[in-house]
Design a protein around this ligand. Structure first.
Ligand SMILES: [Zn+2]
Length: 538
């Protein structure tokens, strides 16, 4: 490793750098057909969202961006995050690594080339990580820029606060989120609605109106048309226009119908099969056959993957009525166990889900107290959501609940709650009675992890199991719908999506917190441990 970084100043914009120095598939990379990407390369937006369809060069853009920025800014640290290990390995090796290796002037800039860490001669570094269900893996990495890819498959409300925390020491703190929309419930849609909603707006040569494509309405056999007069639109006559002002996130919508390579009218007419015109004819034909051909995509998939817009709702396993019909218990939730429960409750367990400090003011801490009845039902004795409360007051209130209910076992999330757990253990002198839970993406439903003294819980399986328990009427909630509504909202916030790799994950939108759901899941797990229902000796 060189002791001193020699000054080799490079005065180029990211797009100039990319076109001058990056080679792709044996050719110098060119943005000639991708003029709309220039604004993305060269804008210095602290927060940028790329809401894209499939096959518009999102990964190439992300890779070029990382390389250009790493080489032009000495000691610049980039953290790339995708949902799965495979996506991250592919992106790091086949995009960034390959581009560097095959770009004649760039390969010498890399002094360490590993899949998860790449170090450049100028002191810049790229870290590559992944986190599907839990953000634990990225804790402690430090970065000037975070780039979250395939965000539709990340649980953004959980990953984002931890990723932003990685930039705490940086003076720059740049973020890029990139993904293909799925459901209206998906967090990418929340971020889009909060963003500048910047669209590629094309001027109609027939009626001079400006239009952009966000539905299949204007897609005709020869290309996208003006819905006013039916004239074919030429994406080369387009420009980016913010549809919303005053946002601190620049959101670009990039779709297949605005890519000149797909649009015949962008090219001089020709019969030569190798001409851009004939290729564009074929590409547009494919797009139209995905819309209305014999093997057309379901319309939701077409809108997501070709138009790059959200469509359809996420799937929920339970509805509100499944919860309200379990509201048959005593209506009050006393802080002190009601004497009426005394004869009926055999064991008590508590679950707590700690907030991440509330970066977006949405995250909350939740605590749930469950009592096991003689009929083997789980009665919710007490719950509380702490919204924006001071951490010390919050901890004191939780300690009071623990002292009152004297649970057999307490389970808390170790992700955000490590400090609180240690504090509670010390204050209560309950070193074994308070257990740490850590969500993970795969593996056994629950497993002891000696390395960090916590239980690893498969997040998807744990939520599945809870939802099934609701359907089996395993719970009794207080007969007080009004008091239960915030808790039920947290449970109903959760919906399933299928990732591109075909894995089911539970998601919730940024504006709909789900902390009570996790608190009651932890309380149920604690009860299952306390009763030996979960055998932890195997
Ligand atoms: Zn028109």
């Amino acid at each position: 490793m060189p002791a001193i970084v020699t000054a080799e100043e490079i005065h180029l914009t990211r797009s100039e750098f990319t076109e001058a120095l990056i080679w792709l598939d044996g050719k110098r990379f060119s943005l000639a057909d991708f003029q709309m990407f220039k604004a993305i390369y060269d804008g210095d937006y602290p927060k940028m969202l790329l809401k894209t369809s499939r096959q518009v060069g999102k990964s190439t853009t992300a890779s070029n961006f990382i390389i250009a920025e790493s080489i032009t800014r000495p000691f610049h640290k980039t953290l790339y995050i995708a949902p799965t290990a495979e996506q991250t390995h592919k992106f790091s090796s086949l995009r960034v690594g390959k581009s560097l290796a095959y770009s004649p002037f760039l390969s010498k800039y890399v002094i360490q080339d590993r899949v998860l860490v790449r170090l450049y001669k100028n002191g810049s570094e790229n870290s590559f990580s992944y986190c599907l269900d839990s953000a634990d893996r990225i804790r402690g990495i430090s970065a000037d820029r975070i780039l979250l890819d395939e965000v539709q498959d990340l649980i953004l409300p959980e990953v984002m606060p931890v990723a932003v925390e990685c930039m705490r020491q940086s003076d720059m703190q740049f973020q890029i989120l990139a993904g293909t929309p799925k459901t209206f419930d998906n967090a990418i849609e929340d971020y889009w609605l909060d963003s500048s909603q910047t669209e590629w707006v094309m001027k109609c040569s027939g009626c001079s109106k400006w239009t952009f494509v966000d539905s299949e309405k204007g897609l005709k056999p020869h290309g996208p048309v003006c819905v006013g007069c039916g004239t074919l639109l030429n994406p080369k006559n387009g420009q980016w226009v913010d549809m919303k002002s005053g946002s601190d996130m620049k959101g670009f919508h990039i779709s297949q119908p605005i890519m000149p390579r797909n649009i015949p009218i962008c090219w001089p007419e020709s019969t030569d099969p190798s001409s851009r015109y004939v290729k564009a004819l074929m590409r547009w034909k494919e797009i139209m056959s995905a819309l209305e051909g014999p093997k057309a995509y379901p319309i939701a998939k077409f809108r997501n993957e070709i138009l790059g817009v959200s469509d359809s709702q996420g799937v929920r396993l339970i509805v509100r009525e499944d919860l309200t019909k379990l509201c048959t218990g005593h209506p009050s939730m006393p802080i002190r166990p009601d004497p009426r429960f005394n004869g009926d409750i055999i064991k008590v367990s508590i679950g707590a889900d700690f907030s991440g400090g509330g970066i977006d003011q949405v995250s909350t801490t939740a605590i749930a107290v469950l009592g096991l009845t003689k009929q083997r039902k789980l009665r919710l004795l007490y719950y509380r959501l702490f919204i924006g409360e001071h951490p010390i007051k919050e901890l004191a209130a939780i300690r009071e609940v623990l002292a009152m209910y004297q649970p057999e076992l307490v389970a808390c999330d170790a992700g955000e709650g490590l400090l609180q757990i240690e504090e509670l253990r010390k204050q209560m002198n309950w070193y074994h009675r308070i257990q740490k839970i850590r969500y993970g993406a795969g593996g056994a439903h629950i497993k002891w992890n000696a390395e960090n003294g916590s239980y690893s819980v498969n997040r998807t399986a744990a939520i599945d199991s809870f939802m099934m328990a609701v359907l089996r009427a395993e719970f009794i909630f207080p007969n007080n719908i009004e008091a239960m509504t915030p808790a039920f909202d947290h449970i109903l916030a959760e919906f399933t999506d299928v990732t591109n790799a075909g894995r089911k994950i539970w998601q919730h939108s940024k504006s709909d917190p789900d902390d009570f759901l996790h608190a009651i899941i932890y309380a149920r797990l604690a009860m299952q441990m306390a009763t030996g229902e979960i055998d932890l000796t195997s």
